[in-house]
Design a binder for this molecule. Structure first.
Ligand code: 3SL
Length: 238
């Protein structure tokens, strides 16, 4: 079996394969917000690529989260902070979500064999499940506007490191071989390692340092959101 990583939704067509589990990664902040929402009891998340699609759902009465360039989009119920997806307002609800990069990655990979959501928040549960599946794995980093970003790469390295601790089970693609080394450098203090990364700086400028700290704190949940018939649901409900 093979584990590989792809650094942007734009490159996904080059990396996609049959019978491959795709892990969508947007550590800051979309996939962290999605994991948080399921941990706090959301029923379903319908990811959409554009603000226009999101507006159509809003007009139909859905709860909708929308973010562009780190900021909540006017006229919607939530932005993309994990702290927006906690507590009673979201419990048992279906939420529509569009974000700058994370939902673009989901859109790109939606026809894959299985599509699941990964973040530091559900890391151990995700890795155990991946190991139990015995399938090829593609770690799809959402990046920033189709460019590489460091935080998604560090998380993809962390997953590679955990998965490849089972000797000889997976063949590592070149991207994953590189990411293992990257993760070794970041592991001791990911927050510090990411100090000058572009998106961490962007979020800091928006006073969102607390979001960053939360998103980099591992294993706050065991939920694994999975894409099924146009929506993300909890794995257990599949
Ligand atoms: O790009 C995305 O999907 C977002 O996670 C970006 S932000 O963290 O909300 O700015």
């Amino acid at each position: 079996m093979k584990i590989d990583a792809c650094f942007s939704p734009y490159l996904y067509p080059v990396y996609k394969g049959d019978d491959t589990i795709v892990v969508i990664i947007d550590v800051l902040r979309a996939t962290s917000a999605i994991c948080t929402a399921f941990e706090h009891g959301v029923e379903k998340i319908i990811p959409v690529a554009t603000v226009e699609e999101a507006r159509v759902y809003k007009e139909k009465g859905f709860l909708v989260g929308a973010e562009r360039n780190g900021l909540p989009v006017d006229g919607f119920d939530f932005g993309n902070s994990p702290f927006h997806y906690m507590g009673d307002p979201i419990k048992g609800k279906t939420i529509v979500l569009t974000t700058t990069n994370g939902t673009q990655a989901i859109e790109a990979a939606k026809d894959a064999y299985k599509v699941v959501i990964g973040s530091f928040l559900n890391m151990d549960a995700l890795c155990s499940w991946l190991l139990s599946e015995n399938k090829n794995i593609l770690l799809l980093c959402s990046g920033w506007k189709n460019k590489f970003n460091l935080e998604d790469a560090v998380f993809a390295g962390a997953v590679t490191d955990a998965i490849s601790n089972t000797p000889d089970k997976y063949n590592l693609g070149d991207a994953c071989l590189a990411l293992k080394y990257l993760y070794k450098m970041a592991k001791e203090n990911p927050n510090k390692f990411l100090s000058h990364s572009s998106h961490k700086e962007r979020l800091a400028a928006l006073n969102l340092k607390e979001d960053v700290r939360y998103c980099l704190t591992p294993n706050q949940t065991k939920v694994i959101p999975i894409y099924k018939e146009g929506a993300l649901v909890r794995m257990y409900d599949v």
